[in-house]
Write a protein that binds this ligand. Structure first.
Ligand code: FES
Length: 143
């Protein structure tokens, strides 16, 4: 059996939403301490809807495929949907990732959350800070 699914390979070879958004409403950048890979997500928000989203990922193929899929999954959706996107949902949409690559999809979830938080911060929008608690279990998600 192939290591990567067709969907992973397709999003890796032809990633959607690559690039940056000038004067983005929110920008989220996260990195994986172990592999050193970095993911940056830019969002443009219109009436609580993610009107546009782009990413720049300096990382492995799984991280690029996860970025591509995750941005497709939140584009045109309300901010609350973006905040509830999990790496599990991204992985499932890609028809799976090898176990040792699951942490790559965590970057997408975290970068999107960071971009939404940045949007709230920049625009003085109140939010529940406990929902943006920083990671305390690196061994569990960044392996
Ligand atoms: Fe670093 Fe995939 S190996 S994000």
């Amino acid at each position: 059996m192939a290591l990567y699914t067709e969907k992973v390979m397709e999003h890796f070879r032809r990633p959607r939403n690559v690039g940056c958004i000038d004067n983005a409403d929110g920008v989220g950048e996260v990195g994986n301490a172990k592999c050193g890979d970095i993911m940056k997500i830019y969002i443009r928000v219109d009436n609580d809807i993610i009107a546009d989203v782009k990413f720049e990922t300096f990382g492995c193929g799984s991280a690029i495929a996860s970025s591509s899929m995750a941005t497709e999954m939140i584009k045109g959706k309300p901010l609350k949907d973006a905040l509830s996107l999990t790496n599990k949902a991204v992985t499932e949409a890609l028809d799976g990732l090898p176990a040792h690559k699951l942490h790559c999809s965590v970057l997408a979830e975290e970068a999107i959350r960071a971009a939404v938080k940045d949007y709230y911060d920049k625009h003085g929008i109140a939010y529940d800070h406990s929902k943006f608690a920083s990671c305390t279990d690196c061994a569990g998600c960044c392996g």
